[in-house]
Structures are given as structure tokens and as C-alpha cells.
Design a protein. Structure first.
Length: 307
């Protein structure tokens, strides 16, 4: 079916829809599978698009919503529908969302191609996010140098607002290839940058402790490796469960020392830190399982992705 070309969108209208789209996507990420088409930000963006008779916009928004709910095949179908009439101005976000869905399905080569298409678009609003996801897709294939180059490109984007994530991803990649000095420098830079949710700083602190103790991830016990669990390729890895983060931040770094001082801790090194959070922070039902579920501490070779 031939793609239908549409008239360019008026700049002021573009800016407003871009704002509404960002708000809707943020809402999708926060609510995940609980997000519905009736939630306020999603509904506002759809209503705005319908006012302007943009038939391509609703499936684009719905693709973002269902992707966060884990329905990646459905997201790809909706993006194909949107692509039939979407104006050139929005090709960047369409390719970006397609890359996310493909990455979530483990189709890394296709995801890399989609992210590159997004970055080729002159109207790509947030190239930093595309670069960070491109890096994670490269890493999933074991292409460390490609990942490192992409993470640095993300940092070059003045509009990219999550530098702590990029520096932590870089550090983890350097560490996984034995470049400890570069990893240490990158972890330090991650900790110097803002991280409102705290997840990237938590990863950086853990990474620094592993470097200091010279403990390799493979040398950890299965229990400890679970706490440093993998980030599954793609999907929801950029949003960490708020309750877990809040508990860690409330507990603070002093909980490490408190745990080490316990008579039955039997540890005085980095492994005590790995167990310390699970012992010192009170959470419902198996903190280690919760950490693994929400992938708070990705293993060295699997930095975080951005949706």
C-alpha cells in the first residue's frame, strides 16, 4: 500500500503536539501495563491530534502505550499503520519507537537499523535517547566499541538530560572489557551528574565497589549475581520501581557499614554491600528478588536502555 503524503504541520502546532506526545510517553512509562487510552496525558494528545484530523497520531500514541505494557508485536503493527500517512516531521519518533519494540523482542540488528533511521531524520527531537538505545543494542550483540561510541554520542547531545545513565553505561562497558581505569573515571563522572531517580547512581556506586575490590561479576555467588541482575534487552529497563529506589535512598550508604558490623554478617568486603541492601532495607517479600525483577543493578555487560 502506497504511503499517503500529508501537508507539513504548522510549527506552533508541531511544538504543542511534541509536548503532548512527550507527556503521554512519560505517562506510559510510569504506568506501564496499567496505562490506558483514558489516562489524561494520552487522552489529551489523542484529542489534539483528532482536532487536526491526524489519523497517523493515534496509532503512534497507542504503539507507545502498548509497548510499555509488553505488547511489542502489537506496537509494531500500530507503527506500520501510522507510517502510512505520518508526515516527515515525525519520522524520527516513529523509527525510535520501532527500535524500542524490536530491541524488546531481541531483534537487535533490526533495532539498530531503526535507531539509525531515527538519527538520520533532521527532525529527530531527542537524538541522545536514540544514541543510548543504539549503544545498548550494539552491546546486546557483543559489539563493545560500537556501544562505547554510541554512548559518547548521547553525551554530545546538549538536549540529552540523563548523562548519569550514559556515563554508567560507558563505565560498565569499559569494565566488561577489562579497561578498569576508564571504567573508574566514567563511574566518577556518572556520580557527578544529576540522577533524580537514583538508579544510575546506585549502579555506579556498586560498580565502583566492584572495581575497588577487584571482584569479577562471574566470581560472585549465584545469589549475588542475581542482585547484579541483567537488564533484559529493550523495553522497560529505563524505569525503575519507585518503591525500591525510595527505600534505598532512605536507607542511605551508611547501611553498608551497619550491615558489616552485624555479628552474623561474616563479610567485610564488596559482597557485604551486595547483601547489605537486601538485609538493611525493609521491603515486602524478598528484596533480592525485587531487585532482580526490577533490574536495579544490571551486570557489567548489560547497561541500561532508554525508552
Amino acid at each position: 500500500m502506497a504511503k499517503k503524503r500529508t501537508k507539513p504541520v504548522v510549527p506552533d502546532v508541531e511544538a504543542e503536539f511534541s509536548r503532548l506526545l512527550r507527556a503521554a510517553r512519560k505517562e506510559h512509562g510510569q504506568l506501564k501495563e496499567e496505562a490506558t487510552a483514558n489516562h489524561p496525558n494520552h487522552k489529551s494528545a489523542v484529542t489534539f491530534a483528532k482536532t487536526h484530523k491526524w489519523q497517523w497520531a493515534e496509532p503512534l500514541l497507542e504503539a507507545s502505550r502498548v509497548h510499555w505494557a509488553g505488547a511489542h508485536d502489537k506496537a509494531l503493527q500500530l507503527l506500520a499503520m501510522s507510517e502510512l500517512s505520518i508526515p516527515d516531521r515525525w519520522h524520527g519518533i516513529l523509527h525510535f519507537l520501532r527500535g524500542n519494540a524490536l530491541h524488546a523482542k531481541g531483534k537487535h540488528d533490526e533495532a539498530i537499523n531503526a535507531y539509525r533511521k531515527a538519527l538520520d531524520e533532521p527532525e529527530c527531537d531527542t537524538p541522545g535517547y536514540a544514541w543510548i538505545n543504539l549503544g545498548t543494542a550494539f552491546l546486546a550483540k557483543g559489539e563493545h566499541n560500537g556501544a562505547i561510541a554510541a554512548y559518547y554520542k548521547a553525551l554530545d547531545d546538549p538536549k540529552y538530560d540523563m548523562p548519569a545513565k550514559a556515563w554508567t553505561n560507558l563505565a560498565q562497558t569499559y569494565a566488561s572489557t577489562g579497561r578498569r581505569k576508564l571504567a573508574k573515571e566514567a563511574f566518577k563522572k556518572a556520580l557527578k551528574n544529576p540522577d533524580p531517580k537514583g538508579g544510575d547512581h546506585a549502579r555506579a556506586r556498586l560498580g565502583m565497589q566492584l572495581l575497588k575490590s577487584k571482584i569479577e561479576t562471574d566470581a560472585l555467588s549465584p545469589d549475588d549475581r542475581a542482585m547484579a541482575g541483567k537488564t533484559v534487552p529493550g523495553a522497560q529497563s529505563d524505569e525503575i520501581e519507585g518503591g525500591v529506589i525510595a527505600a534505598i535512598q532512605e536507607a542511605g550508604d551508611t547501611q553498608y557499614e551497619k550491615y558489616i558490623a552485624k555479628p552474623d554478617s561474616e563479610r567485610d568486603d564488596t559482597l557485604s554491600i551486595l547483601r547489605g541492601w537486601s538485609s538493611a532495607v525493609t521491603l515486602l517479600g524478598g528484596f533480592r528478588t525485587t531487585l532482580a525483577r526490577w533490574r536495579l543493578f544490571p551486570e557489567v555487560a548489560r547497561p541500561r536502555h532508554r525508552d
